[in-house]
Ligand binder design. Sequence first.
Ligand SMILES: CSC[C@H]1O[C@@H](n2cnc3c(O)ncnc32)[C@H](O)[C@@H]1O
Ligand SMILES: [Zn+2]
Length: 444
Amino acid sequence: MSDNQADLIVHARWIAPVTPDSGVLENHSLVVIDGRIADILPTPLAREKWQADDPQTLDSHLLIPGLVNAHTHAAMNLLRGIADDLPLMTWLEKHIWPAEGQFVSDSFVYDGTLLAAAEMIRSGTTTFADMYFFPASAARATVEAGLRASLFCPVLDFPTPMGGGPEDYLRLATDAMDQWRHEPRIQIGFGPHAPYTVSDEPLEKVLTLAEELDVPVMMHVHETAGEIQMAVGNTGERPLTRLKELGLLSPRLLAVHMTQLTDDEIALVAETGTQVVHCPESNLKLASGFAPIEKLRQAGVNVALGTDGAASNNDLDMIGEARTAAFLAKGVSLQADALPAAEVLKMATLNGAVALGRDSEIGSLEIGKQADMVAVDLNRIETQPVYDPVAQLVYAASRDQVTHSWVAGRCLLANRQLTTLNEALLLKNAQQWQQQIAGAEQRD
Ligand SMILES: CSC[C@H]1O[C@@H](n2cnc3c(O)ncnc32)[C@H](O)[C@@H]1O
Ligand SMILES: [Zn+2]
């Protein structure tokens, strides 16, 4: 027996490390020490070289890097189904913003983020990028769930339950950065909502602070044709031109949606190294348009994948989102080879980590990186037989096939059981919020 003691060993039927030249490894094992990947090697060798108290043998499973949901509004899980089948601005102005104005609070965000965390863990996400109110409550929920998050603090021109205006929002954001700077699983950034809700002066302050503090910035950009028409009507300029003039286009910016792009704008996004986050299901459901993903990729832009919030998607299922992204890219480009399965898996993992500036730690399964990974059982009627495990994951598997999840080597899902969260309590809280919110809607 070997004297190389590991904290965790996973013997997997397949491992997709999402590294440039490794493809899919068959009958390999992944070894974890102190939360990091210490070794990846053929299982017979691993059995000789390493030992662990409770090795996991997952002999019909594909092990992948934890999925990185690069854009969501986690607490909006409590608003799932409140307003459907509407275009963006009607949805926001007539339903979502009034509901948020009435109900969003510290406890709403804490309970909503915990509910979302459970859904994310059960569907293979280990890191999420969130843009929502009361980020300190979201951070508390994230730490309790054991997930990793990049929390983008809102900045808007107008008052909300969280603050009276830009000065408040900027102060709250820098306070949150200070408060969470010692928690390695939490990253805090700035989240100016959109070009149509944030004026030039606060955007200039966001840029100065983001550069000074070296943090990322996330913004909804070019989500609909209406957004462009409104900006051109009011200022004569398209929003992306304005952001360029303000100096915001850079690798620090995660531009979410980007469904309306000219070829020149695609070149500009590529030149400036701006990150794009694609949310195909939200764009489809709100009838916002289609992001030209294949053109962006061909231009060398890093494209990550996000679900957006559960009130516009209506789920936080990154496996489903990956399938939609692949099909949509093929449909929009009329090229069947657009966004192949391995590329879309990279978009859902490593590209998200790159967009968040966290790829030295997460996004792929490599020695030295954090042991953030999930196992998907392919031994189901729906995914047998297996010729290509990554194609099976993207084109045929469902999120309920995610059996195990680990963040920094800590198990958050074991045989589909949540280990950090109390499912019964989450359900009870969700139902209580529904009664309160639906009751108020009836009285209005
Ligand atoms: C400033 S906190 C986030 C803010 O964004 C709203 N929101 C959710 N989804 C979208 C979307 O697709 N486009 C624009 N704004 C969105 C959310 O309700 C919060 O108010
Ligand atoms: Zn959004």
